[in-house]
Write a protein that binds this ligand. Sequence first.
Ligand SMILES: *Cc1c(COP(=O)(O)O)cnc(C)c1O
Length: 230
Amino acid sequence: MIADKLRQVHERVARACTQAARPVQSVTLLVVSKTFGADAVRAAVAAGEHRFGENYVLEGVAKIAALADLRDRLEWHLIGPLQSNKTRIVAGQFDWVHTVDRLKIAQRLSEQRPAHLPPLQLCLQVNISGEASKSGLRPGDVPAVAQAVAALPRVTLRGLMAIPEPAQDFAAQRAPHRALHGLLQELRARGLGLDTLSMGMSADLEAAVMEGATIVRVGSAIFGARATPG
Ligand SMILES: *Cc1c(COP(=O)(O)O)cnc(C)c1O
């Protein structure tokens, strides 16, 4: 079942890549396992996946522990909000954080990243649709924060992440993804070596791939609807 859903999602990504004249290997699937148990992750691993996204720090850490036997083969990405009081546990347990929305969080992650681990991989979360309620940096604040984060020693700034406002038609879905890509290009023009655009979910991954997504974060299209919100 999970294997079938994964095949369908990979087909969607491949079709979108063809449409966009992009190589299929240029887009990575991040399997969003939030609210689903360790056995669901194991089923996805059995089907060939090894990158997983979690929203809630403590849920993620519990799942990482439950899957400790697979730790060397898996990559764990935090894709939910991160408060200062949780940076140490995240710096010690995760491989990526997509949701850095202020310099202070990145500074703490850099200070707290254990010396025996490779640098923590970071994306800056951008409030690309300009919604008052959503977290993320304002686009105008991104260049200064990016320069400062890129200079930190124990983290590697990889790129940008966004959760655009849901939209029904394809053109409306593409617009915020295009804006995020434009912002990434602006940062590259300033000399930052960034390679990651984390954007696109179950409902809009085609629009995101059309606009240059390199990581799509997909949950419900693989595991089904979540019982609890998230
Ligand atoms: C839950 C979540 C996803 C996955 O959403 P689906 O619609 O289930 O694919 C992706 N990114 C973030 C930040 C999420 O919170």
